[in-house]
Write a protein that binds this ligand. Sequence first.
Ligand code: ATP
Ligand code: MG
Length: 413
Amino acid sequence: MNDILPDATPRWQYLEAVTRTVLAAYGYREIRVPILEKTELFARSIGEVTDIVEKEMYSFEDRNGDSLTLRPEATAGMVRAGLSNGLLYNQVQRWWSAGPMFRHERPQKGRYRQFHQIDVEAYGLPGPDIDAELIVMLARLWKCLGIRQVELRINTLGSPEARASYRDKLAAFLRGHARQLDEDSCRRLDSNPLRVLDSKHPETRKLVEQAPNLLDHLDDGSREHFAALQVLLDNAGVSYVVNPRLVRGLDYYSRTVFEWVTTRLGAQDAVCSGGRYDGLVAQLGGKPMPAIGFAMGVERLVALMEEEGVPVPDTAPHAYLVRVGALAERAGLQLAEQLRETLPQLRLIMDCSGGGFANQLKRADKSGARVALVLGEDEAKIRQVGFKLLRNTTEQVNVPWDTAAARLAPWLE
Ligand code: ATP
Ligand code: MG
């Protein structure tokens, strides 16, 4: 679990701000849900035989003996919230949510035990047009963020019935080659053979290449849905690769699944994954309602932006106020407030550490500010302030307080 330090947060804030703007442009509204849910919610939604539920959840008993879990993902909690507030019946909802998720995984670059996601979900829309719009929206988001090196992979998992019959064929094939399977995949043979397609184990991957193809076992409805999605993406000019082995780590998906991957981050290459989960709302006790959504991994996107050299907006102070002497200290607080009042976007640090002019000017320089405002006893008495540029060698000039804001304005970008 990482501390995200003040030097790192500007990049996070930039990502979050751009994402909010893009999501708003498509009509998505924010929902905030608890970080703790009942353990059974995740067992019922994500699936008992998944890495997450089998071995990655932070679960504990509370004082009443109820089993609670720190959320490992956001979708289950959002559906739970929608159902318990009567918002997922006979209506369309477009929601997003952001925050920390918890999985007890083996920590490594790009894989942490507390990590952050931005989740986007659309409820009540069965057609491929919303699938396409979500993907197109992501393409726009990458563009707005300055991210270029991502690639889209799509697949369809078909209907639950088609998948069940494919599952049997796949299990039979894998059982015939059980010796080539890694330990985890062997264990999944009976319980969840589709997950074997997702194995990262080289031997297993080789075997999977020859396994029966899910796309050959689709039901007609899913086939048409997938074809229509591809036409919409083609029309929108979004390029993609159909990857028939793309499955998701959670059980609730059906039909469309997709993933954005990058080659710039090493092994943890997925920055955004999602798909359709038409069965989940009913599975959690609601009336059947189609749904589709995705989650972005914020740590990985932040790392990718850094890799690609996306510039971060400047957060250094514009100005630094130096105060020397008792009168100047009192007057300085007044002057600072007057400037902040006139220039709401001004980032001004007032020196509160004391010391003489030289010390305070050193701190002004270190702060990254472009301008030092220098207030000594003489200036304070006549309500003037010294205006000194820190990034070149021009002389300090004294100006009256009520013109200081106008003088500062050009230095606010
Ligand atoms: P992966 O295959 O990398 O384990 P996943 O299939 O478990 O990903 P999801 O559960 O769909 O991923 O989560 C969506 C996104 O959240 C991923 O694409 C990834 O960017 C990010 N993510 C998932 N697990 C972690 C983690 N432990 N640390 C950091 N980011 C993560
Ligand atoms: Mg995972």
